[in-house]
Design a protein around this ligand. Structure first.
Ligand SMILES: Cc1cc2nc3c(=O)[nH]c(=O)nc-3n(C[C@H](O)[C@H](O)[C@H](O)COP(=O)(O)O)c2cc1C
Length: 335
């Protein structure tokens, strides 16, 4: 194909449709200095003997080291290693600063926390246009259950398993004019929310705390000494605003206590209140653990990612619960 008719940007974009994992490939020079680059050109070649390949730009700073060193390690990155990928995709800085390394079978640096690792020895180096193609024999490998980081269309991505059959909540096909089907997002979110809470009811019944009272305790667990208006800035959006009666009920049960400052009543958790909310949160974490095991670590992380996006996109302007100095009263959610 003639070079003049070739659109490099379109070529790159077309290649980007090929989804890959992300690796960091490391080596150590004769001067003992470590090098490493982020690469998604990694691929398997042969099962027997076990062989892999990847390609390195001839312009790469690390090229002389990869050429002279006989060994290199491929690290298939885990989802949470995106910052590490960015670090090794940039030039100049000391890429290995502060990183804990494992002992490998060669001097090449062996990074931790990856989805999989392959320790290799160079078999061939082929010319590949503006890249060199390294083909290596795999001498050792290991893998973990960590979900992998993915690269697609020039961006990091996440993968989820595609079930053979899409999950269905009903066994009947709704008539075409049915306006309320199982695909209504509000129904899916609401049902998932209440099914999760359903598994907490036993703990909740023991503490005799309604969902509503538990929300108040959880806000106070994060932000102490809140007024009624401040509590409502966090809880009012649920449609069940906090009332004086709620606060009186929690005070009478010895779970919160009021203190007056500048003629405003502010509420804090008592030791019993703290204990009750920690107990409930521990139960919620146990339920989450079981669900994560069923969904798989990767899908559980993806679910949280999508929920956070949805929450950000539909946020009515709630104050940040975890920011200590923000004035919670700046926005009103009282109906
Ligand atoms: C997702 C991703 C994949 C990459 N894949 C490759 C690759 O396969 N080969 C390559 O030479 N550079 C690749 N790069 C670019 C290098 O990581 C980058 O040029 C790095 O700075 C090279 O390091 P060095 O110049 O210190 O050797 C990739 C970058 C990213 C973000």
């Amino acid at each position: 194909m003639s070079q003049t008719s070739f659109d490099t940007r379109a070529f790159r974009s077309a290649l980007g449709t090929f989804t890959t994992g992300v690796t960091i490939i490391t080596a150590r020079g004769n001067d003992d200095a470590p090098v490493g680059i982020t690469a998604n050109s990694f691929n398997s070649v042969s099962m027997s003997p076990p062989m892999v390949l990847w390609s390195l730009a001839k312009s790469a700073f690390s090229l002389p080291t990869f050429k002279e060193s006989q060994h290199w390690n491929v690290h298939v990155l885990a989802l949470e290693q995106e910052p590490l990928s960015n670090r090794f995709a940039s030039r100049g800085e000391d890429k290995f600063a502060g990183l804990a390394l494992d002992e490998g079978i060669s001097p090449a640096p062996l990074l931790q926390g990856c989805a999989a690792r392959f320790q290799c020895r160079t078999l061939f180096v082929h010319d590949g246009g503006d890249h060199l193609i390294f083909v290596g024999e795999v001498l050792a490998f290991d893998r973990s259950e960590r979900p992998p980081l993915v690269f697609q269309g020039g961006q990091y991505a996440v993968t989820t398993r595609k079930p053979h059959e899409p999950p269905r909540l009903t066994s009947v096909v709704p008539p075409p004019d049915c306006v309320y089907t199982e695909d209504l997002l509000g129904y899916l979110l609401g049902r998932a929310h209440f099914q999760l809470l359903y598994q907490l009811r036993e703990t909740q019944q023991a503490t005799e705390l309604s969902d509503h009272l538990f929300y108040i305790l959880s806000v106070l667990l994060i932000r102490d000494r809140q007024s009624l208006a401040e509590l409502n800035a966090f809880i009012g959006y649920t449609g069940s605003p906090v009332t004086r009666l709620d606060l009186d009920a929690l005070t009478q049960r010895g779970l919160i206590a009021a203190e007056s400052r500048d003629s405003v009543d502010r509420y804090r958790l008592t030791a019993d209140g703290r204990e009750a909310s920690l107990h409930q949160i521990a139960a919620a974490k146990a339920v989450e653990q079981t669900l994560t095991e069923r969904l798989g670590e990767s899908d559980a992380q993806i679910l949280k990612l999508l929920l956070k996006r949805l929450i950000n996109d539909s946020d009515p302007g709630l104050p940040d619960l975890w920011v200590a100095d923000e004035s919670a009263t700046s926005k009103e959610y009282l109906p």
